[in-house]
Design a protein around this ligand. Structure first.
Ligand code: GLN
Length: 494
């Protein structure tokens, strides 16, 4: 078999089960691709020995006929997941040298299902960012380029390394996390599929916390079918996470019929933003047309509080982050600053935190501390929480009125150039305008590659579903994927 790394999970699974390929061969092929792809900055800690040992174990399981769907599949793990004995730094200096003694529940479930970890993937520091530029490891780079330009583009963020690695066929799939769009935006920027499950579907245990009421892990894959397969392997109840839902995880793959006849797809007017490129508007209309042609009914809907979502997110997420990141004090994890004669514990905290956190993380801690402070708590934090409840109610009402899924653009632009503009953090925050509502309301959302812009860069659409109905959502995404027929791949330059 040639081009092993280009296989989807479903194709590899079938070939493994038929004995047409071994997990060791797949894994070696991926390791060779990773070796040659340093220019993408996607993998930041390789784990080839672990990978080959797991691949051998997977081959033994396959031979014995005990082969869950992920058995033998080589994947990458975002650096936000704690992986036993393997550097897990959340792309931050403050976690330098940290090797957890435990494995996150999600990566443990994947490991126990036989998946093969190739290494850890680049990301924005503590998952704060939309371009992967806040990483201590340096940028991850998008394998796609615009036309004949050689300018390096962002793969998006914060799961930029995951997106770049999957799009460049360095691995068959990767884990991501999404607090405000970090799975869906990079997926859209790199022409892959990214699923953010309903809040509570995947355990947060062992994933470095950013904003605990918003954080959710999910799969980043080449196809919707793969998102169904890998998503199911990542989900499930975990008593170690009190917000994890005690609900059965259906066989999502079996639900992919592509039949969406009679389903109602909502088109929210508030997502038609001023200044959005015409190509995205067109793609959105075309995507809606594809769903209608597949038998769905389109319905214009209103989500009136959408315009408050970004400001509310950028109060709530930093507030939770400032509290979560208080634990990095130079005592318990990773980095500790060099101290001067006479420095006490206060200087140790101050110097460690000043040196260990990058500028964006420091900004969020300061904003978060400010909005939670006694004098401003009601004016900012409590008000943002009220707005959040209204945003959730908008969705509840639309779903109660019979809408099955909502179609929106995934991002307000295609991938942009690395290192350009974006000196203004607010400009960067605008990337999340279509995705943060979904986290605030705790809903499942999926980005599906739907077309290319005039410069040949991928564009994605987002489908938003009812809570716990990832199966229905993925089926709608599958219908869209089939109709869009997106098969483009980036030309290899790395
Ligand atoms: N870009 C958003 C932020 O910077 C979302 C990040 C995420 O989903 N982890 O907060």
């Amino acid at each position: 078999m040639s081009d092993l790394t280009k296989l989807t999970i479903a194709e590899a699974r079938d070939a493994l089960r038929k004995g047409e390929v071994t997990s060791v061969a797949l894994t070696e092929a991926c390791l060779a691709e990773i070796e040659g792809a340093g220019a993408l900055g996607a993998f930041v800690h390789g784990t080839p020995e672990i990978a080959l040992a797991r691949a051998e174990a997977a081959d033994a399981r396959l031979k014995a006929g005990d082969a869950p769907a992920m058995c033998g599949i080589p994947i990458g793990i975002k650096d936000l997941f704690c992986t036993e004995g393997v550097p897990s730094q959340a792309a931050s200096k403050i976690l330098e040298g940290f090797r957890p003694e435990y494995e996150s529940t999600v990566s443990a479930q994947l490991r126990d299902a036989g998946a093969v970890m190739l290494g850890k993937l680049n990301m924005d520091e503590f998952a704060m960012g939309s371009s992967n530029e806040t990483s201590i490891y340096g940028n991850a780079v998008n394998p796609w380029r615009a036309g004949n330009s050689e300018a390096a583009l962002t793969p998006g963020g914060s799961s930029g390394g995951s997106a770049a690695a999957v799009a460049a066929d360095l691995c068959l799939a990767a884990t991501g996390t999404d607090t405000g769009g970090s799975i869906r935006q990079p997926a859209a920027f790199t022409g892959i599929v990214g699923l953010k499950p309903t809040y509570g579907r995947c355990s947060r245990w062992g994933i470095v916390a950013f904003a605990s009421s918003l954080d959710q892990a999910g799969p980043m894959t080449k196809t919707v079918r793969d998102a169904a397969i890998m998503g199911a392997a990542m989900m499930g109840h975990d008593p170690k996470d009190s917000t994890s839902a005690d609900l059965p995880v259906p066989d999502f793959e079996a639900m992919l019929t592509g039949d969406i006849r009679g389903k109602v797809i909502g088109i929210p007017k508030e997502y038609r933003m001023d200044g959005m490129p015409g190509e995205i508007e067109t793609l959105w209309t075309e995507g809606a047309g594809m769903l209608r042609d597949a038998g769905a009914e389109l319905r214009d809907i209103s989500l009136p509080h959408t315009k408050y979502a970004l400001p509310a997110y950028y109060v709530i997420a930093p507030a939770e982050a400032s509290s979560n990141l208080a634990r990095y004090d130079g005592v318990r994890f990773g980095y500790r600053a060099k101290l001067a004669q006479g420095d006490g514990v206060t200087e140790m905290y101050e110097k460690t935190r000043a040196e260990g956190f990058g500028p964006e993380v420091r900004r969020r801690i300061m904003i978060g501390t400010y909005v939670l402070s006694a004098g401003f708590y009601d004016a900012y934090y409590n008000r943002a929480r009220k707005v959040r409840a209204l945003i959730k109610r908008d969705f509840d009402e639309v779903f109660a009125a019979g809408v099955d899924a909502i179609l929106t653009p995934a991002t307000p632009s295609a991938a942009f150039e690395l290192g350009k503009a974006h000196t203004d953090p607010v400009e960067m925050y605008l990337n999340d305008v279509f995705t943060v509502t979904v986290n605030l309301a705790g809903l499942p959302g999926v980005a599906v590659p739907t077309g290319l812009d005039g410069r040949g860069l991928p564009l994605g659409l987002q489908l938003i579903g009812r809570p716990w109905e990832e199966g229905e959502l993925l089926n709608a995404a599958y219908a869209l994927e089939r109709a869009a027929g997106f098969v483009a791949k980036p030309a290899k330059w790395w």
